[in-house]
Write a protein that binds this ligand. Structure first.
Ligand code: FPP
Length: 222
């Protein structure tokens, strides 16, 4: 059993099903999902989790109904706006995803601003790093890394590929969590999960709590 600080990654699935079961609109499920995430961030920051990386919005999620996309973007603004809480827990905010200046980027300015502000206002925190993957897709990340290597005429090695990822400093994932009974990877952190354990749970994301987090951490440490 090791006690090294861990990298935990989460695919937060099942918000829609959580809502449907309660006769609520899907958006209510996402709202509950954001609150669950805030709780998980707080809990993880108090455990030996050095990095928590969450799949907030994928490059594929833009095709969802407009109102749902707008609601999820608003929840990102809410999450990135929790600066006081993040600072209280010594959490540094980070983001990975398609760069805003890349052709095809669809991230609205208000989300860009919320991301930049949260990164800036938590940058001196020394505790857990919370990375939100927004407009993220792993194949796009890897293709971009390979293109940069070709453009720079550097050698294609695993170390150089790592250096050209959206965030080269993210360590390998120790445990990948996927909620809501789905056992797929969904184009998330394909490079970074090379040696990860995978923790699947039937619970939908809004019901994922610190007991589940501890079970995922225990799996990583075994
Ligand atoms: C999956 O639920 C979740 C998402 C599409 C991502 C959005 C996540 C949140 C809003 C949680 C809060 C996170 C942030 C970063 C603000 P689903 O709609 O796929 O659920 P379903 O499979 O049951 O329909």
């Amino acid at each position: 059993m090791s006690s090294k600080p861990l990298h935990v990654a989460c695919i937060m699935d099942g918000n829609g099903r959580w809502a449907r079961k309660r006769g609520l609109p899907r958006t209510a499920g996402h709202t509950a999902g954001e609150e669950s995430l805030a709780d998980v961030v707080r809990a993880a920051s108090k455990r030996d989790v050095a990095y928590l990386t969450v799949f907030g919005f994928s490059t594929e999620n833009w095709v969802r109904p407009r109102a749902e996309v707008r609601h999820i973007l608003g929840l990102h603004k809410k999450l990135f706006g929790r600066i006081a809480e993040l600072n209280e827990n010594n959490v540094r905010v980070n983001w990975i995803g398609r760069p805003f200046d890349e052709p095809g980027s669809r991230t609205p300015l208000y989300v860009q601003r919320a991301i930049r502000k949260a990164i800036d206002e938590t940058k001196t925190n020394t505790g857990m790093v919370l990375t939100v993957a927004f407009d993220y897709g792993s194949r796009s990340e890897l293709t971009r890394a390979a293109k940069r290597i070709v453009a720079n005429q550097t050698e294609l090695t695993p170390a150089n590929l790592q250096l050209n990822l959206y965030d080269a400093s993210l360590p390998p994932v120790d445990v990948l969590v996927r909620t809501s009974g789905e056992s797929r990877i969904s184009n998330f952190l394909l490079w970074q999960i090379n040696v990860a354990k995978i923790y699947f749970t039937d619970r939908p994301w809004p019901d994922f709590d610190s007991v589940e987090l501890d079970a995922a951490i225990a799996l990583a440490k075994n």
